[in-house]
Design a protein around this ligand. Structure first.
Ligand SMILES: Cc1cc2nc3c(=O)[nH]c(=O)nc-3n(C[C@H](O)[C@H](O)[C@H](O)COP(=O)(O)OP(=O)(O)OC[C@H]3O[C@@H](n4cnc5c(N)ncnc54)[C@H](O)[C@@H]3O)c2cc1C
Length: 409
């Protein structure tokens, strides 16, 4: 066993990081996650059911108590300081054991922006609450008329003394119904380039003047919302970066959002589940032509997942070195969202079409128990994943970013 600091499990500097070191580290992760992730949470994740704030927070608190609350953060901000390989292993073992993913809006999105652009007071106040899972965030970027063309946003913030007064509307705001704070882009100036008049504000969602309305999506769950802001007063101390610097913060954040280290291992786990499904069908039905074609699709998806893994590793390394290119995170986002649709379509085609009309998610089983829970969840996942090529920036927009970076278009 290699030398490990017992308090945080951060390897001492002089430890040789060879194959044996990472094997031990993986064992340590497995041992902890198997012993400490509650069985009911793992079952929920394994069967692709909805994970909400309560479940995310429960797991986050357990990880935090272990010193593993922020695997991607540097030690100075309360993170583990793990290297690339350790970070990837954490995500991989977590997915293999069906532990809930980390809640991305805090740890993956706004946390790094606060580290980079925040004041000492903002870092000291917000970062510990993200790591211990007590404060929950959502993203208020998109508006009706400002999605792909985000810089056209109209929600305004006018400075009055030591407050901003915000008026406008956000839309497609994931998790707003269960979040405490929304990081949001607002227009503070109409002068010059439209990007230059944008500022990033952190808006507590219990501030008077905020109304949150649910949007029901095709999968019938409540993920997204409209958020109306009517004379909402936010202290200037809740501005991240300088006034007019919001566009730089937004781009910094979107690059990290599109990187999303958990996606690739979760896709690999879903592929494993699909493979099990095919094996079961082969045992039950014999070698039907439809199963041959499913196997072919499975192999193509597996090859794609291997490519995504390599791309992810090099992107995480670039992020750690501070050299992450927008085109790299966009390529990863593009590839993974399309792959997730391929996998969920394959699972759906195998198991679900004959049940689709009667098994829409949340339609209760006639007698509470109809033995079709797996099919119900596959239909749900299939429908939900239709949004993967839209949320976080559409595939067309990712292609534009890649083209611009490569060809200077
Ligand atoms: C499930 C889900 C969750 C979301 N969560 C959030 C969230 O938490 N916070 C948030 O702020 N937003 C969120 N969004 C919004 C998401 O970021 C936007 O939907 C997305 O950016 C697209 O914007 P739009 O819907 O306005 O479509 P539009 O921008 O109107 O695009 C319509 C179509 O035109 C294409 N198009 C647009 N511009 C170009 C171009 N220049 N070149 C080529 N094609 C183009 C698009 O690809 C698309 O096919 C979420 C969306 C979904 C579906």
């Amino acid at each position: 066993m290699n030398a490990i600091d017992n308090r945080t499990d951060i390897p001492a500097q002089d430890v040789v990081r060879d194959e044996a070191f990472y094997r031990d580290f993986r064992q340590q992760l497995r041992h902890f996650m198997q012993g400490n992730c509650p069985q009911e949470l793992r079952e929920l994740v394994r069967s692709n059911q909805k994970v909400g704030r309560a479940e995310y927070a429960r797991w986050q608190q357990i990880l935090h108590a272990r010193g593993w609350g922020a695997p991607g953060w540097p030690v100075e901000f309360g993170g583990t300081g793990w290297d690339l390989q350790q970070r990837y292993l954490f995500e991989e073992v977590s997915a293999e054991l069906d532990c809930p993913p980390l809640y991305h809006h805090g740890l993956g999105h706004i946390g790094p922006v606060i580290m980079h652009f925040g004041t000492a007071e903002q870092r000291a106040y917000f970062l510990p609450r993200i790591i211990d899972g007590s404060q929950w965030w959502c993203q208020g970027y998109s508006e009706p008329g400002a999605g792909s063309d985000l810089a056209s946003l109209k929600t305004s913030a006018v400075r009055e003394g030591d407050h901003y007064v915000i008026n406008g509307q956000k839309t497609w705001t994931s998790h707003a119904q269960e979040a405490d704070i929304m990081y949001t882009l607002v227009r503070t100036s109409q002068e010059g380039r439209k990007q230059a008049g944008i500022t990033l504000l952190l808006v507590p969602l219990d501030t008077p003047g905020i109304e949150i309305r649910p949007i029901r999506t095709i999968d019938r769950w409540h993920h997204v919302n409209e958020v109306f802001l009517n004379d909402v007063r936010v202290p200037v101390a809740h501005r991240l970066g300088e006034e007019g610097e919001g566009w730089s913060c937004a781009k910094f954040l979107l690059d990290r959002e599109r990187l999303s280290p958990a996606t690739v291992p979760r896709l690999a786990r879903q592929l494993q589940q699909v493979e099990e499904l095919i094996q079961n069908r082969l045992r039950e039905q014999g070698a039907q032509p439809s199963l041959h074609s499913a196997l072919e699709r499975l192999f193509v998806a597996k090859a794609s997942a291997m490519g995504a893994r390599e791309m992810l590793l090099s992107a995480i390394q670039e992020e750690m070195n501070g050299t992450l290119q927008s085109s790299k995170s966009s390529a990863l986002k593009l590839h993974c969202s399309e792959l997730s649709q391929q996998i969920s379509s394959l699972a759906y085609d195998l198991a679900a079409p004959e049940f689709a009309t009667r098994l829409l998610p949340q339609a209760p089983a006639a007698d509470g128990q109809d033995d079709l829970e797996m099919e119900r969840q596959l239909i749900h996942t299939y429908l939900f994943y239709r949004s993967r090529t839209i949320a976080g920036g559409t595939s067309e927009v990712q292609k534009n970013v890649i083209a611009r970076d490569l060809f200077g278009a």
